[in-house]
Design a binder for this molecule. Structure first.
Ligand code: NAD
Ligand code: TDX
Length: 339
């Protein structure tokens, strides 16, 4: 199996690469990543000398780079993690989201078609379904109703993947997972931001009333699900991935502070995110029944291990939280925290 993993230097892609190299000693993986602010080769130090792992710096929007890497390594499967992934950044700078998430996906699909790639897996998100009220779950039949520039760009990509299956017969799958957590999570997202801010004695900014709900899954359980889709996903099918683990944001933050033994007085309620989706919750019946996937982590164990990882890997996140990140944090939070 010659796998091209795009966006493999990011949070989920790097966890997926480690998972696959551990599980399949004979697999060959090429990580193709532009190394944006979110891409970090330190995430892959544990595999960088593995002869079955290769890294190529490149942009999924660049046709010649994409064709060259597929040809050079005789790639037969593409798993596309590469994306701009942060909702808040998409609200202030939507252009790059359309470029990478839509145009980049189209470039990969076109190359897969031209170069006879046998399987194409698109890593999408539950956010393409929009927002839920107090009850109900997203199924694979839920209509797409994205609300942020990020989720709209991911939905646009999903529709292109669908079209390449329907029109050209490309063997595609789309996976739509709920919020991930675990090691190597970039500290702009809720859980790593709150853990690292608490460790730095900084304020913890909660958008709105803190009652928005997210459905959290450990990143290794996501990796295991993607592996099953690669092995046995039916052509053209969408698979939702989630572990029935809904938490309000404020409860997650209180849980983190409790586990860290920190007081609650650093919590600050700040101006809400524009267009903030109220609730996400996945119905994972299809992947559980068809592909026999089930999550292995309980949230209790997963969050404790994740906090331990951030305590043991301060250098990793302290390096990130300098430079460009400082500008981002100031622009995103300075005014919010003043009021
Ligand atoms: P991330 O931001 O941590 O990593 C994205 C990676 O893509 C980075 O390494 C970056 O350098 C790379 N990249 C960006 N633009 C690129 C380009 N033009 N060409 C090549 N590489 C490029 O993101 P993540 O959280 O690991 O998410 C990975 C994928 O999973 C995304 O497609 C995201 O939409 C999806 N997803 C994420 C979550 C979540 O909770 N984080 C949940 C469901 C789905
Ligand atoms: O400072 C914050 N304060 C806050 O209250 C941040 C960063 C977030 N939040 C809230 C907003 C959301 O309700 O926490 C919740 C989670 O926010 P994020 O970590 O930014 O994730 P979310 O917007 O839910 O999107 C994530 O899950 C789906 C990923 O970033 C996406 O890439 C994925 O597709």
């Amino acid at each position: 199996m010659q796998l091209l993993v795009t966006g493999g230097a990011g949070f989920i892609g790097s966890n997926f690469i480690r998972y696959m190299l551990n599980k399949y000693p004979s697999i060959s993986i090429v990580n193709f990543d532009k190394l944006t602010y979110a891409g970090n080769l330190e995430n892959l130090i544990s595999v960088e000398h593995n002869p079955k792992y290769h890294f190529t710096k490149g942009d999924i929007c660049d046709k010649s780079q994409v064709h060259a890497v597929i040809k050079k390594h005789n790639i037969n499967i593409i798993v596309n993690f590469a994306a701009e992934s942060h909702v808040d950044r998409s609200i202030s700078e939507p252009d790059i989201f359309v470029q990478t998430n839509i145009m980049g996906t189209q470039t990969l699909l076109e190359a897969a078609k031209a170069l006879q790639v046998t399987r194409y897996i698109q890593i999408s998100t539950d956010e393409v379904y929009g927002s839920l009220g107090e009850t109900g779950y997203f199924t694979e039949e839920t209509p797409l109703a994205p609300n942020s520039p990020y989720s709209a760009s991911k939905a646009g990509a999903d529709l292109l993947v669908r079209a390449y299956h329907e029109t050209y017969g490309l063997h595609t799958n789309i996976t739509r997972c709920s919020n991930n957590y675990g090691p190597f999570h970039f500290p702009e997202k809720l859980i790593p931001l709150m853990i690292t801010n608490a460790l730095e004695n900084k304020e913890l900014p909660i958008y709105g009333n803190g009652l928005n709900i997210r459905d959290w899954l450990h990143v290794e359980d996501h990796a295991a699900a993607i592996d099953l889709v690669i092995q046995a996903g039916r052509p053209g099918e969408v698979y939702n991935i989630g572990g029935h683990n809904e938490w309000s944001n404020i409860d997650i933050v209180r849980e983190i502070l409790t586990l860290l033994g920190e007081p609650m007085d650093s919590i600050r309620y700040v101006e809400d995110r524009k267009g903030h989706d109220q609730r996400y919750a996945i119905d994972p019946s299809k992947i559980m029944e068809e592909l026999q996937w089930k999550p292995h982590y309980t949230f209790g164990i997963g969050i404790q291990e994740t906090i331990r990882w951030y305590l043991d890997n301060r250098e990793w996140w302290q390096r990130i939280k300098t430079g460009e990140y400082k500008n981002y944090y100031k622009q995103q939070y300075e005014d919010r925290l003043l009021f």
